[in-house]
Design a protein around this ligand. Structure first.
Ligand code: CP
Length: 317
């Protein structure tokens, strides 16, 4: 593996899931994890983060890498991504120099750059991450791009395996309300990784909030949320804005909140969310504070998903 941009970069997704679980269960006893002291992971953020920033840094430190972190939204020169532009505006540095310079300081580079949600074609072209791929000399890790959040998906996958009580659990991805328009990166990557796993996946959403139909092809879809909750073993809640009516979020779906009454329809389901979560909008306090909530375990597993990916990239140097 030379880069980690989507789940598709794993040659064998189920092998990656298994190895991430092995790593979690063994890493403290294994001395090989402390030998990378001359290696540096760069981490650049065009958007805020708590879990991704701290878990990826922790993962790097666990295996002996140094980290350099920069918030590009307010600390770096504004970047120009177009070629051949006369740079007379607010953008002071071209991606060509920025990526080349970072490649001199770091051995691999992790990037967070969310969707704009106002131009589907531009978001789907993944201009930020693809430009760094083009002009960097080092491996690139996706810490959530416009269309994918694969480190989250890998953590979610191992959380499901650790907490399932039957061979082929029923997993429901449910749309949930949110006051802002949010990207589709998390549900996209969750659906992609679930398709590789031995689970029965379904999705429930209001009619206007479909995901990319190429990604959700062949997955059972419910527009009746209560019907969808019946007998499932895992409920993964997430808001996303419309894919067709790109970036749109309508009012009037507040009753899609995940509450105790809906969780009572399930097979004593575990509750999942990638965080951050707006309490009593996306899910009620009762759901989040219940013993069946896995949200903190998912966040913990972000350490191991990042550590597995960093190690895979180091092995390919
Ligand atoms: N789940 C997740 O990526 O969290 P952060 O946005 O806080 O990094």
């Amino acid at each position: 593996m030379k880069q980690f941009i989507t789940i598709d970069d794993f040659e064998d997704v189920n092998f990656a899931i298994k190895e991430t679980l092995n790593l979690k269960n063994n890493y403290l006893n294994n001395k090989k994890y402390y030998k990378n002291t001359n290696r540096t992971l760069g981490m650049i953020f065009f958007n805020p983060s708590l879990r991704t920033r701290l878990s990826t840094q922790k993962a790097a430190h666990n295996i002996g890498l140094k980290t350099m972190i920069m918030n590009f939204s307010n600390e770096a020169w504004a970047l120009e991504f177009e070629n051949g532009t006369k740079m007379s505006g607010l953008r002071s540095e071209h991606i060509k120099e920025a990526a080349a310079v970072i490649s001199e300081y770091c051995d691999m580079l992790a990037i967070r750059a969310f969707a704009s949600l106002n131009n589907k074609e531009k978001d789907e072209s993944e201009v930020v991450i693809k430009s760094f791929l083009k002009y960097s000399k080092i491996p690139i890790i996706n810490m959530e791009s416009a269309t994918a959040h694969p480190l989250q998906a890998l953590a979610d996958a191992i959380t499901i395996i650790e907490n399932k009580s039957k061979k082929r659990p029923k997993v429901l991805l449910t749309w949930a309300p949110h006051p802002k328009a949010l990207p589709q990166a998390v549900p996209n990557s969750f659906v992609k990784i679930m398709k590789h796993m031995d689970v029965e996946l379904s999705i429930t959403q209001p009619k206007e909030f479909e995901l990319n139909p190429i990604i959700t092809k062949d997955i059972k879809l419910y527009h009746n949320q209560s019907e969808a909750f019946k007998d499932v073993d895992f409920v993964y809640a997430k808001n996303w804005s419309s894919y067709k009516n790109y970036g749109h979020i309508s009012k009037g779906n507040d009753d899609w909140i995940i509450n105790k009454e809906k969780m009572n329809l399930t097979n004593d389901a575990k509750f999942m969310h990638c965080l951050p979560i707006r309490r009593n909008i996306v899910a009620s306090d009762e759901v989040l504070d219940n013993k069946n909530s896995l949200v903190i375990k998912q966040a913990e597993n972000r350490i191991y998903s990042a550590q597995y990916v960093i190690e895979k990239l180091l092995k390919n140097e």
